[in-house]
Design a protein around this ligand. Sequence first.
Ligand code: BDP
Length: 674
Amino acid sequence: EDGHQLWLRPHPAAPVTVVSAAKNSLLLATAKQELQRGWQGAAGANVRLTIKKDKALRNDGFRLSATSVEAATEAGLLYGVFELLRRQQTGQPLAAGVSNPSYELRVLNHWDNLDGSVERGYAGQSIFWRKDSAFAVTARDKALWQAYARADASVGINGAVINNVNSSPQMLSGPYLARTKAIADELRPFGVKVFLSVKFSSPALLGGLKTSDPLDPAVISWWKNKTKEVYALIPDFGGFVVKASSEGQPGPQDYGRTHADGANLLADAVRPFGGLVMWRAFVYSPADKDRAKQAYNEFVPLDGKFRDNVIIQVKNGPIDFQPREPFSPLFGALKKTAVMPEFQITQEYLGQSTDLVFLAPMWEECLGSDTYQAGPGSTVARCTDGSVYPQRHSAMAGVANVGLATNWTGQDFGQANWYAFGRLAWNNTMKSSQIADEWLRLTFAESATTAAGQPAPAAADWNAHFLAPMTQLLLASREAAVNYSMPLGLHHIMSATYDHYGPGPWWAPDKMRADWTPPYYHQAAANGVGFDRTTAGSNAVSQYHEPLAAQFNDPATCPDEYLLWFHHLPWDFKMKSGRTLWDELALHYDLGVHQVRQFQQTWDAARPYVDAERFATVQNKLRAQSGNAVLWKDACLLYFQQFSRLPIPASVEPPMHTLEGVIANDQRPQRQRR
Ligand code: BDP
């Protein structure tokens, strides 16, 4: 029970006959094989897989009954088969009717470097790239890539960007393209298309041109030729992802051009092959007073200037994957340009591969947020999936948490986030509770027989003593992480730039870019705490459509969750609860600590229902998380207390650390290498 099987644990399958008139294809073969491998229905049943044109079936969608899957494409048949098997295993009704994906493209972004390291990766080295033997594709590589693609397909993921957005120009060189082809060959039978992140200055850096100016004819033809070369190797290549004019990456602005000029250059190159360009909106410069406003300011004036095979890829919040952010105001604001949400599955700011944090509630919160941009009900989900604005393509991206770790994600429960991303990209109104329930059943049911030599518990027993409490734990885990790290709208107060695990509200070395240091974000001082983004401050509130702008602008109506995101308030500010801001802050930190302790107890009580191996690993992780939560609480309360000069409320557990102690520990060089 090392976790390598993910949610696809092998089950003894009953014999089944697959009937299909569809012509043989790679995808159909996979669909048949999966059915035979996992069939839990009546022995000897006939299952019919049918390709048919039908108005109700959109792109990869399918129609499901107990013994038949109908779809417009072979990929649809494969997704239908996986859904049928999932329903058999989780005891849901099989005659589910039609299911269409919310997004045409459901894509993972792997921040994998060509030397095998993974930026913000906490589960070991890259599954795609290796330092020394970079180009020798081994049988082991292939088996791993197939297992990876199978897991993707089982939750509807149909694209993989296999290298870091901080891209190397070498990515487009012959040897790396050859390996890309080898990867694409293994992913193809599971319907997963390969995409590449490209460096905008590749024409100069790799091609030896004098410039990478997007309007230069030589640059245009360089990209056209390079793209042709890629498609000659990989005919179903998906397209490019670009991080440009962002965090030191080159971009069109280096040549006095716009993001639209840059994106359109690549869009024109991939267009003849049906390719896409995902152009990231993660841009900010230290010159501006409020980082949260910059992407909107740069991209809104360009609305309507992008080709229809460009999608602007927008992180869920305006800053950077923090434990909680309001949705990015770009959602809904671009009305003539396709926009796609980017979520971070790898837990950079949410406990990495130590803390147990189920992210579906965070993504559900973002997708369900009403932007009001086209009237009430213009949720982020509907503004990005084509329901509100006409758009040729739609997509959702997740920054992957996958590495060479045996269990793929480092923390066994990190798998739940990979799973949840796929499920939400397929259905962007799915409830976190349903996702948690499915994942727990698929991942842990039947594992009890191996636990502590116990006989298998009765199903009712398992449901009551494992499934129910563990579902609650998963659903509470994200709010707990917010509570013990950045409650009430605090953000970006984590430990040093290169680490991001644990607290660091004090961190501000000399000469460091201010917008990379926590004090820029929390603004703690004797007169209060929080970033003033009201009309009297940076005015970021005005990027939101009414009634949100007014609601966020007034501390009396601003939700507590976003209070210090939008407001700088005195320590004795009276909260909706009647308590002072200082007390409320302290109580949230304390609550977070208690929640994690409760998670430990819940897990300990689940022992008879889990195999010994995963029980022990998760128990250890929770122990570390508990320590992390206490550290966050102590460090932040002691740090902020220097400014508030108020006592920690009596009901709050007294600190077990000193401020000097945590700061000294944070500054130990080894912490930066986490
Ligand atoms: C930040 C990460 C950094 C990424 C950047 C991005 O710390 O490693 O390169 O996002 O998304 O969250 O480009």
